[in-house]
Design a protein. Structure first.
Length: 52
């Protein structure tokens, strides 16, 4: 499976907002839900803090 990203943050988010507010936005609800159902996502929003 290949997932591509246009390189921009979703919905006009900024890096500063992500750092200070820990915002979690899903670009594609269907893909996010499927990944959650098959346990590829254990918790919403956790990836950002791991990346930072």
């Amino acid at each position: 499976m290949e997932i591509r990203n246009k390189g921009l943050l979703y919905g006009g988010l900024t890096i500063e907002q992500i750092k200070t507010e820990m915002v979690s936005e899903r670009r594609n609800e269907l893909i996010a839900e499927i990944f959650h159902e098959i346990h590829w996502i254990e918790k919403w929003g956790r990836g950002i803090s791991l990346i930072l």
